[in-house]
Design a binder for this molecule. Structure first.
Ligand code: CA
Length: 232
C-alpha cells in the first residue's frame, strides 16, 4: 500500500511520513502542488493525504486535477479550516474524508485504513464470533438469539463490524452515522455504545465491543477467549 502525503509544513510531513511508514505503508512526500502532480502521474497511490494550503496552489484545485485522471485514489484532506462550510466544500469537491488540524495520529491512521478498505466489496453478512449481522435484512443475532436494535444502534454496529479489528474514533462514528451537524457532540457515541453493549455484550461471556483508549471503539474477539468451563 502506497500513500502520498502532500504537505508543505515539514514538521507535519515528517511526522506523517514516519508514522505511516511505521504502520507498514510506503510513503512519498510532496511539499507543493507541482511535485505532488509529478508523483501522481508517476506512481499509483492507494490513498492521498492532501493539505489544503500549499505554497503554489490550493488543495482543492489540486484535488480537481487528481480527479481528472482516469483512476484516482481516495483523498483525505487535512486542513486547519474546520468550519462546516469548509468541510462540506472539501467533500463536495471530491475528497473522501476530511480531517481538521490539529489531529491525533491515531485518528489519521484509522481514517486512512478505512479509506483503504473502501474499494473492497462490502459483504452483506458480517460475523464476529457468534455475533451475526445481516445488512440486507437488517437482522442481528448473537448465539442464534435475535437481537432488536434501534436504527442508529444498528448503523454503529454495522460500521464497527465492517471495520472489525480496527479502532474507530468517536468522530468517525458520528460522521458515519449522523449528519455533519452533530459536529462536536461525540459523547453521543458513548451513550449509544452503552446501549449496544447492554444488548449484544452484557449477557455473554465474550465481550466484542472494546474501548480503545485515546481514540474510541473497536469490535473484535478478545485476544484470549475465556474458558467456557467457568460458566454458571
Ligand atoms: Ca500548508
Amino acid at each position: 500500500m502506497r500513500i502520498l502525503v502532500v504537505e508543505d509544513e515539514k514538521r507535519i510531513a515528517d511526522f506523517l511520513g514516519r508514522g505511516l511508514e511505521s504502520a507498514g505503508y510506503a510513503v512519498d512526500l510532496a511539499g507543493d502542488g507541482a511535485s505532488a502532480m509529478n508523483l501522481v502521474y508517476a506512481a499509483d497511490y492507494d490513498v492521498i493525504v492532501l493539505d489544503l494550503m500549499l505554497p503554489d496552489t490550493d488543495g482543492l484545485t489540486l484535488l480537481g486535477k487528481i480527479r481528472d485522471r482516469k483512476s484516482s485514489p481516495p483523498v483525505l484532506i487535512l486542513s486547519a479550516r474546520g468550519g462546516l462550510d469548509d468541510r462540506v466544500k472539501g467533500l463536495e469537491s471530491g475528497a473522501d474524508d476530511y480531517l481538521v488540524k490539529p489531529f491525533a495520529f491515531v485518528e489519521l491512521l484509522a481514517r486512512v485504513r478505512a479509506l483503504l478498505r473502501r474499494g473492497q466489496p462490502a459483504p452483506e453478512k458480517l460475523q464476529a464470533g457468534d455475533l451475526c449481522l445481516d445488512s440486507t435484512r437488517r437482522r442481528v443475532t448473537r448465539a442464534g438469539e435475535n437481537i432488536e436494535l434501534a436504527p442508529k444502534e444498528f448503523s454503529i454496529l454495522e460500521y464497527l463490524m465492517r471495520n472489525r479489528g480496527r479502532p474507530l474514533s468517536r468522530t468517525m462514528i458520528v460522521e458515519h452515522v449522523w449528519d455533519m451537524d452533530y459536529d462536536g457532540l461525540t459523547n453521543i457515541v458513548d451513550v449509544y455504545i452503552r446501549h449496544l453493549r447492554s444488548k449484544i455484550d452484557d449477557r455473554f461471556p465474550v465481550k466484542l465491543i472494546q474501548t480503545v483508549r485515546g481514540i474510541g471503539y473497536m469490535l473484535d474477539l478478545p485476544e484470549r477467549t475465556p474458558e467456557p468451563a467457568s460458566e454458571r
